[in-house]
Design a protein around this ligand. Structure first.
Ligand SMILES: *[C@@H]1O[C@H](CO)[C@@H](O)[C@H](O)[C@H]1NC(C)=O
Ligand SMILES: *[C@@H]1O[C@H](CO)[C@@H](O)[C@H](O)[C@H]1NC(C)=O
Length: 309
């Protein structure tokens, strides 16, 4: 008479829990004591081979950087150090799995592929961020690329709390030019870089301004995560007349904000933009000289005074 239908939930844990509850219900109907605890029913156990508990917070960034490294996408490399196994999937993620048979062995995401670290115009490391929470922050991992005879993870450390550092050795980065940024750029971005280089040479921009220009180029190429908020384009015809004073004020405010934004951008790039002689030299205001009439006495009662004497 118990034709129980087992619902398959999206997480194995819940379907297991459901099953268990169903079973225990039959076994000790009414006598069951439910103990509240974060039971994972061994799903984290490396032996069970299940990692579906790991829920990435963000999708990985698109594959980018040197073309000869793109073949690493879809592959995974593991490395065991002491009681942990690390699994690095280039351009995807990095995870950590405690090697123990305990029922609640730890398994977690140390980062999802986000962006490159570029130093001295060379790809240096892959940043995997937005991993599992660590207090108010997220775990993150820097995977440093280094030349080696075969592709493998080599070292792991935690330079600061929940920030991990691993070295990935591969023959793909042994050629001295294999990690240069410039050759990976489009013609347009290479031209922009050339111009920035020229401007720096001619001292038209500061070192900081030059670095900001490069950062913009790297962001546009998709090597760095963009911090800027992408603005939605206003589709309405900009030459359209305003229907009301309110609309006009609104439009004015928008333009003002846009100008401020652009000025901030120029300042950021150290491009001088101060309004040249914006204000004309102030023409002296013609203050009407106080009319002190010498004849004011005419209206007084001077006559009386003289009369008194
Ligand atoms: C990590 O990336 C690999 C390779 O793409 C993928 O199979 C796996 O599901 C990912 N794991 C997580 C937790 O995102
Ligand atoms: C930067 O790269 C150039 C050329 O690859 C090299 O000559 C120079 O020593 C590097 N500088 C630093 C600080 O690494």
């Amino acid at each position: 008479m118990h034709s129980s239908k087992v619902t398959v939930y999206n997480t194995g844990r819940r379907s297991l829990l459901f099953l268990l509850l169903q079973c225990t219900q039959f076994a000790f109907s009414g006598k069951m004591k439910i103990v509240e605890e974060p039971n994972t029913f061994g799903l984290n156990n490396p032996l069970s081979g299940q990692v579906n508990r790991l829920q990435p917070k963000v999708p990985p960034s698109p594959v980018s950087g040197p073309a000869h490294l793109h073949s690493l996408s879809g592959k995974c490399f593991s490395y065991i150090e002491s009681t942990y196994k690390y699994e690095f999937c280039p351009f995807h993620n990095i995870t950590q799995h405690e090697q123990t048979f305990r029922w609640n062995a730890y398994s977690g995401i140390l980062g999802i592929w986000q962006e490159w670290e570029i130093v001295n115009n060379t790809f240096l490391a892959m940043w995997m961020r937005e991993g599992d929470s660590c207090g108010s922050k997220s775990r993150q991992t820097k995977v440093i690329l280094s030349c080696g005879v075969s592709s493998k993870l080599a070292q792991v450390s935690e330079p600061s709390t929940c920030v991990y550092s691993l070295t990935f050795e591969t023959p793909l980065v042994c050629h001295p030019h294999s990690l240069l940024v410039y050759p990976t750029l489009s013609e347009k971005l290479q031209k922009e870089w050339d111009e920035a280089e020229q401007a720096r040479y001619e001292e038209l921009i500061t070192e900081q301004g030059y670095n900001n220009l490069l950062k913009d180029i790297f962001e546009e190429a998709g090597f760095l995560k963009t911090q800027r908020v992408t603005e939605k384009k206003d589709a309405s015809n900009p030459t359209k007349k305003f229907e009301s004073l309110e609309k006009c004020n609104e439009g004015f405010q928008k333009q003002k904000e846009e100008i401020e934004r652009l000025q901030a951008l120029l300042t950021q790039h150290n491009i001088p933009h101060e309004k040249q002689p914006a204000e004309k030299p102030q023409s002296p205001v013609n203050v009407a000289p106080a009319m002190v009439s010498q004849n004011s006495h005419l209206r007084g009662d001077t006559g009386l005074l003289s009369d008194l004497v």
